[in-house]
Design a protein around this ligand. Structure first.
Ligand code: DOR
Ligand code: ZN
Ligand code: ZN
Ligand code: ZN
Length: 380
């Protein structure tokens, strides 16, 4: 018998943007360790990105991940298919076969489809199959050689900055291509004021666009970066305070539909290469809810219902997924959260195989204490 008295009982959290690293980068994370990290964070369904090796571009790789998730994972894992073969931007993958194999959409996260024609073809094909395109937005020519956003931190350290336009140019392009093709276009990890504006405008015109935002883009700006520490390096980068305000408002007014973590584990060795050379990305699962609960609910800015909705019902609606116990016949996906106890983020308690997070030492409340996925207790 589970005693949840005094606790929040919520539908299991859903995270539509995660990197599990398997196959190919098992030194960073595996499906076994990544799904346990998700369970600790209260997540019961996660959608994994295809920048693995091999890339998720064939039915075989989709099946490999599904099999692994069933035998070694503890939460539901839904793969995305890659838009182009081997992420090279040259040739579309077999969208119909990948759909048949069970992908939830097609994406280019981590690289970005640079050719507008290629993206238009991808969107037209996805639309014909009734499937979404999930696009990571960036013009690579504007990003090259930069590790942090254009802003106060870059200026102070004499670094080349990643400009906001690198993201917004693609959002604008892809909104127009979505309008032309009728596809459902889902915008990855919105981080700039300009992107929010473009998505808001697109929605007003009835273009089928949805969007996501990460906890770190809601709680941190580039002015919070303490120094040249690569645990503060991710893509999109931490933006200016003005951008942070804009993405918060975008989430609040419904322009941005859901919260995702972009859980992106990298080994300590890789992160020790420093701000300029280390790979982009930070952990997401284990601090997502406590961070947002502490920053926005404890302070009275959001209701608890708003936060839970953006991590459960909203992603489920947008991607047509079951959640919680609301669907008759489905086994329970439930997260029980202790909303009272304040606890420090401790490195030695991190369940992920990697430890790359800027939040070590933060005192937070709203910690998931029990996670039930498909009827099984997977975290307690
Ligand atoms: O920070 C990031 N990490 N951004 C991406 O687009 C890719 C991801 C990764 O795979 O590490
Ligand atoms: Zn991305
Ligand atoms: Zn794009
Ligand atoms: Zn990502």
């Amino acid at each position: 018998v589970l005693d949840a008295s005094g606790k929040l009982v919520a539908p299991g959290f859903i995270d539509m943007h995660v990197h599990l690293r398997e196959p190919g980068f098992e030194h960073k994370e595996t499906i076994a360790t990544g799904t346990r990290s998700a369970a600790r964070g209260g997540f019961t369904t996660i959608a994994c990105m295809p920048n693995t090796r091999p890339v998720i571009d064939t039915v075989d790789t989709v099946n490999y991940i599904k099999d692994k998730a069933e035998t070694e994972g503890v939460v539901r894992v839904i793969p995305y298919g890659c838009i182009t073969k081997n992420e090279l931007g040259r040739e579309l993958t077999d969208f119909a076969a990948l759909k048949e194999a069970g992908v939830v959409g097609y994406t280019d996260d981590g690289v970005g489809v640079q050719s507008a024609q290629m993206m238009k073809d991808a969107m037209a094909l996805a639309a014909s199959l009734g499937m979404p395109i999930i696009a990571h937005c960036e013009d690579n020519t504007l990003v090259e050689g930069a590790a942090v956003t254009e802003g106060a931190f870059a200026k102070k350290h004499g670094l080349k900055g990643i400009p906001n336009e690198s993201e917004a140019i693609h959002v604008g392009r892809d909104v127009l291509l979505a309008e032309a093709t009728g596809v459902h276009y889902h915008v990855c990890h919105v981080s700039t004021e300009q992107s929010v504006r473009l998505i808001r405008h697109a929605k007003q015109f009835g273009i089928k666009v949805t969007a996501e935002v990460c906890p770190h883009h809601l709680v941190l700006s580039d002015e919070d970066i303490p120094g040249m520490d690569a645990n503060w390096k991710m893509n999109p980068p931490l933006r200016t305070p003005r951008d942070v305000q804009a993405v918060i408002e975008g989430l609040e007014d419904g322009t941005i539909d859901m919260i995702v973590t972009d859980h992106a584990p990298h080994s300590e060795e890789e992160k020790e290469k420093g701000m300029q050379l280390a790979p982009f990305g930070i952990l997401g699962f284990e601090t997502a809810f406590p961070l947002l609960y502490s920053k926005f609910v404890v302070t009275g800015k959001w209701t608890l219902g708003f936060l839970v909705d953006r991590m459960t019902a909203k992603p489920a609606d947008v991607f047509g997924l079951p959640y919680g116990t609301l669907h008759a016949g489905s086994a329970a996906d439930i997260t029980i959260v202790d909303l009272e106890t304040e606890q420090e983020v401790l490195k030695e308690e991190i369940v992920s195989k990697s430890k790359n997070t800027p939040f070590i030492g933060w005192k937070l409340q709203g910690w998931p204490v029990t996670t039930i996925a498909s009827g099984n207790i997977v975290w307690s």
